[in-house]
Design a protein around this ligand. Structure first.
Ligand SMILES: [Zn+2]
Length: 276
């Protein structure tokens, strides 16, 4: 059902010190490695601008993309739920025990590049995880960084309701420290009106429905979303800003994902439209 063109690349692994079982790690390492390279470019380097104009969207990556569901086999234990167009999975090095990310099943660059049915299903996941958060007395924050990434991924993190007051100022002051401004979009403002397809951007959605947005990616810290949420006023787990510092053993991951699946079950709309 989810077989894609990338399926045939499954056995073609890039050669450097990797096994199929560490594919999620590999993607993230690749992203990290890219980011290290990016840091060599001065802010305002034309390299950043080029990305607004870099040809067809959703083009297949050169190597296998390990976020495409057809390539997720080896890390299937991280998958929480599979919908028609999107799936939810626990990221490597989660910030909290209920940190999930929602990804497109097929290869799509970002929410802005995604067709309406994909964006609708991301909203469905968002609503379902919001209900799950509510049940636990928490609130849901989501963010997407479409910058130095190749596959759509929306992070969804539950925070204590008591910390939601501090969210907006935490995001905006962290942005100011990093030298860029986050614009507040109204609850009815659409991401698609803010940015052209193919342009890099960062967007966070707060529990009140407001969105904080920037497309100024000069010097943008790649861990920005994690950094803000891990800060003392929010989750207070600054040791987890870097996902690599909190990667769990496979057994722990499996245990957490099983708990996530059980907690998500009452809200899991994907069970209704299981066509298999
Ligand atoms: Zn992909």
């Amino acid at each position: 059902m989810y077989t894609r063109e990338t399926e045939r690349n499954k056995t073609k692994m890039p050669s450097q010190r990797m096994t199929k079982s560490s594919c999620f790690d590999v993607v993230l390492l690749v992203v990290e490695r890219n980011s290290e390279n990016d840091d060599k470019y001065a802010p305002g380097c034309p390299r950043n601008q080029e990305r607004c104009d870099d040809g067809p969207r959703n083009k297949q990556p050169v190597g296998p993309c390990w976020f495409c569901l057809s390539n997720v086999d080896a890390e299937k234990h991280l998958v929480v739920a599979i919908g028609t167009h999107c799936y939810a999975a626990m990221p490597k090095g989660p910030l909290t025990e209920d940190h999930v990310m929602v990804l497109s099943v097929g290869h799509i660059q970002s929410q802005v590049a995604a067709p309406v049915e994909v964006r609708d299903e991301i909203e469905k996941f968002k609503n379902a995880f919001t209900l799950m958060a509510n049940k636990q007395g928490k609130a849901l924050v989501t963010f997407e960084r479409n910058f130095r990434t190749q596959h759509l991924q929306v992070q969804m993190v539950m925070v204590d309701k008591s910390s939601t007051k501090a969210l907006k100022s935490s995001f905006t002051s962290a942005a100011a420290c990093a030298g860029f401004e986050l614009v507040t979009m109204g609850p009815d403002e659409n991401l698609l009106d803010m940015v052209n397809e193919g342009c890099p951007y960062f967007v966070a959605e707060l529990p009140d429905g407001s969105k904080l947005f920037t497309r100024n990616m000069k010097g943008f810290p790649l861990q920005f979303g994690r950094e803000v949420l891990a800060s003392t006023p929010i989750l207070d787990c600054e040791d987890k800003v870097d996902w690599k510092s909190c990667v769990l053993a496979k057994e722990e991951e499996t245990e957490l994902v099983n708990k996530l699946k059980a907690d998500f079950k009452p809200f899991d709309f994907t069970a209704d439209d299981d066509s298999d």
